[in-house]
Design a binder for this molecule. Structure first.
Ligand code: HEM
Length: 141
């Protein structure tokens, strides 16, 4: 499960993914979104406002920075349940208002579980799987 040790592990590995330069973060984000589009081509339609059809556009770059920043905050808060839950409730409202189907959070999980291992050493699959679920279940509505 996503216990204290798993939470520490995910935080530690996320730092390896996310602590690079801005361009590395965006490259990581593009990999994740392209992997989501691969699995669920219709997901692209949700991102027309931010030009999701072109993952190299500045508009989509800014979107990825917002999403990854949100994910970064959630992972950092894995060791602070009270604040984590407040953040998840906020994200939940934002996604509910935009009509994002819950299934897409499972698509994102598969994408992250495919892409993150290429950016960390000794990817802890079980810890990521369980702790991603804590985050996604808090955002699903
Ligand atoms: C752990 C998973 C996720 C996190 C942390 C997250 C985080 C965020 C954040 C921080 C924003 C920006 C909110 C704002 O400033 O207005 C956002 C917007 C959005 N998210 Fe997510 N998100 C997640 C998963 C998803 C998934 C799975 C989908 C659908 C495939 C999705 C679809 C959207 C859409 C459509 C927007 C609005 C884009 C726009 O500005 O037009 N998100 N998300």
């Amino acid at each position: 499960d996503c216990g204290p040790l798993q939470r520490l592990k995910v935080k530690h590995q996320w730092v390896q993914v996310y602590s690079g330069h801005g361009y590395e973060r965006e490259a990581f984000g593009r990999e994740v979104f392209l992997e989501m589009y691969n699995q669920a081509p219709k997901a692209k339609d949700l991102f027309t406002r931010v030009r999701g059809e072109n993952v190299f556009s500045p508009e989509f770059g800014a979107h990825m920075v917002r999403v990854l920043g949100g994910l970064d905050m959630c992972i950092a808060l894995l060791s602070d349940d009270t604040v984590l839950n407040a953040q998840l409730a906020h994200l939940s409202t934002q996604h509910k208002d935009r009509g994002i189907p819950n299934e897409y959070f499972d698509v994102m999980k598969v994408a992250l579980m495919k892409v993150v291992p290429g950016h960390v050493s000794h990817f802890d699959f079980d810890a990521w799987s369980a702790c991603y679920d804590v985050i996604a279940n808090g955002i699903k509505h």
